[in-house]
Write a protein that binds this ligand. Sequence first.
Ligand code: GTP
Ligand code: MG
Length: 207
Amino acid sequence: MDWTSTIYGSYGPSLQRVMDGLVERIQAYSADVKEKSGEAAYEHLLYRIKSPDSMMEKCLRKGLPQTAYSALHDIHDAIGLRIVCCFLDDIYRNIEAIKAIPGVRVVEEKDYIQNVKPNGYRSYHMIIDIEAPYEDVEGNNPGHFFAEIQLRTIAMDSWASLEHQMKYKHDIKNPEMIVRELKRCADELAACDLSMQTIRNLIHADH
Ligand code: GTP
Ligand code: MG
């Protein structure tokens, strides 16, 4: 029994292997891009299996039984990746590269860059279904495993980290002002992302 078995049952090790396989694929195309263009596909990549505690909490919050079936079939972010990019264009290049990975099928896309959340949150979210040579929670082998991939720029990522931290601080005296200021910061960072993209395009046009 491994540490994830409380909620993931016997599927924890497969989940880990599926995630590792996906990460390897992404690192492989990134190395390719770097070799061909001299520039990295992304700035950094984070990944995690959702902790059993937070998966249990999510099942509860969604009114689902705390079972491996809920965690792996009804909830789609047991595997989570975050790809942080230097430039806006890189986000869309990574999306195309992910879609081209064999065995990957996109099941949901949320473009919070075009459709900014009211609080200013920006990011591109994808839920993918990965076919892999392990039994899944429905008994299929090869099985199907979901993963959530979040793609954002460094600026979007820094805003999301700070906003996330502050959400958990209590005793905020003037919430409307805080919300407005956070939104303003997000919009300023978005303007910087556009400027940085323009500067990059100008540099490339010169070469
Ligand atoms: P779930 O059922 O929890 O998956 O909700 P959802 O599918 O409506 O969530 P969504 O795909 O919009 O976002 C899921 C993840 O995106 C969260 O766990 C966060 O990591 C991130 N996220 C979404 N909105 C915000 C936000 O306003 N602020 C920050 N900091 N992160 C956010
Ligand atoms: Mg979600």
